[in-house]
Every structure is written in C-alpha cells, then in structure tokens.
Design a protein around this ligand. Structure first.
Ligand code: URA
Length: 231
C-alpha cells in the first residue's frame, strides 16, 4: 500500500500530514532506509514509524482491565472505555469496538478489536464462549440457586427464551462465581435478582480461555492478546 495510506489507515496522521512526516524522515523501512515519497509502496509489517514497528499490522486485539465507572460505548457521555486507550487506535480506519459489553458498574476483563469477524465469532448468538464473573450480593444467595441456574429454564422479565444452564459457585453467604455460556443484557444482575440476591459488585474474571489474573493488569491497563487463543 502507499505510505501515506498506511499512515492514515493505522491512525498515525492524515494523508496530508504524511508528506511532512516523510520529509522529516520519521518513516523508514526495517533496515533503516528512510521512505520519502507518499506514493512509495510499503508493507505494514516492514515499516517503522519513529523507529517503532507499525502497531497491530494484522489487526488489533487487546484485553483491557475495565474499571468501574467506564461505559462501553463510542457515543455516551462520561468516561468511556476508549478513553483508556491510545487515541491513535481510535483513528484506525477499521474502527475499534468492544467484544460485547460490560455495564458501567461492572469491572474486569474486556476484549477490544478492530476485527469484525473475530468480534462476531465471539458474540453471535449460538457461539458459546464461557464467561466467568465474581459477584457480591446484598442478600444471601439462596441454597437452591446453583440448581436453579444449572437446570436452565430460568425466565427473565422481557425475554421469550429461558436462560441456558449456568454454573453458580457460592464462596460465602453473599459472594460467589457464576459462569455463563451466553450474553444477555445485564444477565448476571438479572439472574441473581430473580432468585432474590441483588448484585452489589460484579467483576469479569475470564472470557473463554483468557483469565484476567494471568494478564496481571491493574484497572485501566491493557495488553495485546493472541486471537488464536479463541480459534
Ligand atoms: N452481566 C451483567 O449483569 N452485567 C455485565 O456487565 C455482564 C454480565
């Protein structure tokens, strides 16, 4: 692709600004040879910008430790999860999105990508990627809640199909873990409310094989991930 197209597609600068970046010698081939002309053809994997490889040349895949108080949206008011990422990523021509959503008041593992197929593969109905959450509740978890959830069949208000079986493990009277194989709107909060144990705090521990603990990210931090983990 043309060098000016590369710089704008990967969010570095506009095509107009590219001419200045090239003139200043900021763009080089892997061997250090400067690229000078906007129309010169380059491969993203073999190009350096300010001495660093082009970021995510084959697609952006990251894990974010979402803090409480951030919204998974491009449009809403207030702190957005995208505010936690380098602004350059938001200028990539493909656009980045969260893989599913976490509520504003939920923390934990959130995947973000610019790969529409990857996003679809993880979120389309019928694609059953396990998601595990830690929760605390404002009332004791009823003794029969694990059986009710495991049986499937729990009907939530406003839904026309019952929830799939889910695994609930109580850790104490008002805390535990729940694993879902689907993703409905506010699902954990609604399921626990339906058995009389409204959620106080909710934190996503894992998505499929990926565990937040293993990534060692503080709230607000992110790390690249290998999409092949989910293949
Ligand atoms: N279930 C919820 O209730 N909220 C989330 O953010 C995720 C799952």
């Amino acid at each position: 692709m043309r060098t000016d197209a590369l710089l704008s597609q990967y969010g570095y600068c506009t095509r107009r600004e590219a001419a200045l970046w090239l003139k200043a010698g900021r763009i080089t081939r892997a061997d250090g040879t400067p690229i000078r002309r906007p129309a010169e053809h380059v491969q993203p994997e073999e190009t350096l910008v300010d001495g660093k490889p082009v970021e995510f040349p084959r697609g952006l895949y990251i894990a974010l430790h979402k803090p409480v108080g951030y919204t998974c949206s491009h449009r809403e008011e207030g702190p957005l999860v995208y505010d936690l990422l380098p602004p350059r990523w938001l200028r990539r021509s493909k656009g980045i999105n969260t893989v599913g959503r976490l509520d504003k008041e939920t923390s934990g593992l959130l995947l973000i990508t610019d790969d529409g197929q990857f996003l679809h593969a993880l979120t389309a109905p019928g694609k059953k990627v396990d998601k595990t959450y830690h929760f605390t509740t404002a009332a004791p978890i009823p003794a029969d809640a694990p059986q009710i959830f495991a049986a499937g069949g729990l009907m939530l208000n406003g839904e026309d199909t019952p929830c799939l079986p889910a695994r609930l493990e109580a850790e104490s009277a008002c805390a535990g873990r729940i694993t879902l194989h689907e993703g409905r709107y506010h699902q954990v909060r609604r399921m626990l409310a339906a058995v009389g144990a409204p959620v106080l705090t909710l934190h996503r521990l894992s998505v499929g094989p990926l565990c937040l603990d293993a990534l060692q990210l503080a709230p607000g931090e992110w790390a690249p991930i290998d999409p092949a983990l989910f293949a």
